[in-house]
Ligand binder design. Structure first.
Ligand code: TRP
Length: 445
């Protein structure tokens, strides 16, 4: 069988494309706003360095040693207990579940690209009405753009690792960076830039509740794209002499830098033209459009490019969320790529329809359980349970199940003195952090 591989740089770009997503540009700014800025950002940064970095190396190592789909890699690396450990590989299902709402949100972004071309809402109130009308009453628009996202993502996945995933990332990621850099440079010239810096980097520890703490830890995981086999699947095609530490460094660097740049830029615009740091998921869909309106003509241009950048970020992450399950069906059941791509695509497209309906007046009553709609449940179950569980499994698997000598034979020369601290963090720090996140998000702590 011919193995298609990423090029050396292609791997870093694709893994960065996976990491940089709606999490960085949509979610990070609004949860930073919600939890009061500086202290929250600091907890997030420390978690990325202490837990995220070491777990990403571990997940990359599993792909590098396993060389197969996630289920087979677990089996191959734990031959004695493969019937138990193979279930670790089914974490990849989390990616398909995430896509159920991720694709709907990409649909909203497509819709906003088009509406930014014609008109922006003049006041925050109007912006709120526009968003809420779409969310609660306009099924057709959401369905149309959700379907567009499904078609785009499935088309790229069907083209394969190199001419699909790598190629799309190769064009979209530089475009995304150029757009954000341009808008960021403009933001630095505005008076409110220093306010944004102060908001993001002056820690006010009184604002850190245990909930803020846990959200920061969970987000560090989500934003790096860890815990469900994306990195494991991508790294199954690494060259023999690949340097896992360097790869991880670049992915973590870009992911963090883009989150900070996007946050500083959005907060500057909101201080300068809007009503200051906004909270909640409406930040980029409600507060931002009216701030762009205040900015005048340039704001119109910015709005279009901003939503294009956001769509690019979402699309490059989407393919990484679906690819692990596609590889699973191709490797284990000899499905064609076409069959696997379309089946996985139809899965998230179909359930995505219910995610849309679960916000629509008249239908949502049937799709809400407890205090959460179907849309919110999918988000919650994946982020609160599946991803931390996946991270926990990966850390324990590399820390305790794969023989230390095998781990050492690859990692010692790359990590040098940092090998023991890394190994310690995998065995003890990451599992404890993940347990705390899960327990408190499901309400036990
Ligand atoms: N990291 C992406 C974001 O920030 C989402 C994502 C892509 C992801 N692949 C993942 C999250 C794997 C968890 C696991 O939006």
């Amino acid at each position: 069988m011919k193995i298609t591989r990423f090029s050396r740089i292609g791997f870093i770009i694709a893994a960065t494309g996976s990491a940089v997503g709606l999490g960085n540009i949509w979610k990070f700014p609004y949860i930073t706003g919600e939890y009061g800025g500086g202290a929250f950002v600091l907890v997030y940064l420390v978690t990325v360095l202490l837990v995220g970095f070491s777990t990403m190396i571990a997940e990359m190592l599993m792909g590098y040693l396993g060389r197969m789909d996630t289920v087979s890699s677990f089996e191959k690396l734990a031959p004695a207990k493969k019937h138990l450990w193979k279930f670790g590989g089914f974490e990849s299902l989390a990616g398909l579940f995430i896509m159920i709402f991720y694709s709907v949100v990409i649909g909203w972004i497509f819709n906003y690209i088009i509406t930014s071309l014609t008109s922006l809402p003049a006041t925050p109130k109007e912006a709120e009405n526009v968003f809420n009308n779409m969310l609660h009453t306009d099924f057709t628009t959401q369905f149309f753009y959700h379907t567009m996202a499904f078609v785009w993502i499935t088309y790229v996945l069907n083209k394969g690792l190199k001419s699909g995933i790598e190629k799309m990332n190769f064009y979209l990621m530089p475009a995304l960076i150029i757009i954000l850099a341009g808008m960021f440079i403009y933001a630095t010239t505005l008076g409110a830039f220093s306010q944004a810096v102060a908001f993001m980097f002056t820690p006010d520890w009184s604002k850190i509740t245990s909930e803020a703490f846990v959200t920061a830890v969970g987000h560090a995981f989500f934003t790096l794209g860890l815990g469900m086999g994306t990195i494991m699947t991508y790294s199954a095609s690494l060259e023999e002499d690949a340097n896992l530490v360097k790869n991880t460094f670049w992915v973590v660097f870009f992911d963090t830098a883009i989150a900070i740049v996007a946050g500083l830029m959005l907060f500057t615009f909101l201080y300068q033209y809007g009503s200051g740091p906004a909270k909640g998921p409406g930040l980029v869909f409600i507060s931002l459009p009216s701030a762009f309106y205040e900015m005048g003509l340039l704001g119109n241009v910015f709005a279009i490019f901003f939503f294009i950048a956001l769509a690019f970020a979402g699309l490059t992450s989407s393919v990484s969320l679906v690819e692990p399950m596609i590889k699973y069906f191709i490797d284990r059941f000899s499905w064609s790529r076409l069959k696997a791509s379309i089946s996985m695509g139809l899965f998230f497209w179909f359930f995505g329809i219910f995610a849309i309906l679960s916000n629509i007046d008249g239908a949502k009553e049937y799709l809400t359980w407890g205090d959460k709609s179907f849309f919110d449940w999918v988000d919650y179950v994946t982020a609160a349970i599946m991803l931390p569980l996946g991270g926990l499994i990966i850390a324990i698997f590399v820390g305790f199940v794969i023989p230390k000598s095998k781990v050492e034979s690859v990692m010692k020369s790359q990590l040098k003195w940092a090998f023991e601290p890394w190994y310690f963090s995998l065995r003890y720090i990451t599992p404890i952090a993940m347990c705390i996140v899960m327990l408190s998000l499901i309400g036990i702590l």
